[in-house]
Design a protein around this ligand. Sequence first.
Ligand code: SF4
Length: 277
Amino acid sequence: MKIARIGLHNYEEPVISGKGGSGTIFFSGCNLKCKFCQNYEISHDGKGIEIDADTLVDVAFYLEDLGAENINLVTPSLYIKNIAAALRTIKVKGLKIPIVYNTSAYESVESLKWLDGLVDVYLPDFKYSDDILAYNLSRAKNYSSVAFNAIKEMKRQQPKDVIKNDMLVKGVLTRHLVLPEESLNTRGVFKKIAEIDKNMLVSVMAQYFPTDAVKGTKYDRRLTENEYDEAIDAFFECGLSNGFSQDLDSGIKDYVPNFNLDEVKAILKTCSKRSGN
Ligand code: SF4
């Protein structure tokens, strides 16, 4: 596995970040190639440091001791088998905080089954109902049905959302990033989410900002207030009612994590000293 950041993160939904911050581990590489990706240097360019499953176990306990509210595995899909192996050890060793699996939802049901009983909170991002758009912007084929089936499987594994002390400790929180000029896609995503479960906890995200890869296209701007309001209207019109909205000014680059590999190396050194390896 390759990782590019370890640390407490305060910019997730309040039920994920809480007071202490979410204990994020950012994995390098991604099975989507989104043109608007904010983490381009790790998702597309593969910047990162190789670790094995035992090191991942050590990192999880390091973050727990640091005060993390949960262990948040960000873009983990490429390493799902190794992650499942690490999670089995983590459970046996008695980690007390929840495991969050933070994914683009472009996952097969078969591989998600490896995580059954190991993940407490699924955090899938349901990006597209429009498969042509999914291919044009993220190079993903049949995205909508793959994501639909994946989220259904996540819901099967964690059917009931459990909130304790204002934190989501079990369940599924589905995200959707609203894109400029794509209100029909957003409405289609909400319809599909409602088909899975009308009570699904949904985060309607406004934090889109353009990258160099979309320069000169219709996506080369932030969302307008009208577009975001339209998305919120669509959310309710599709029968959904349970979720989070975001301020429009959240689309600023300051929220993009800093991927400093020297920092990662220093933390890995500390983890290895702690475990005596
Ligand atoms: S799924 Fe997320 S991490 Fe992967 S390329 Fe798309 S925006 Fe980037």
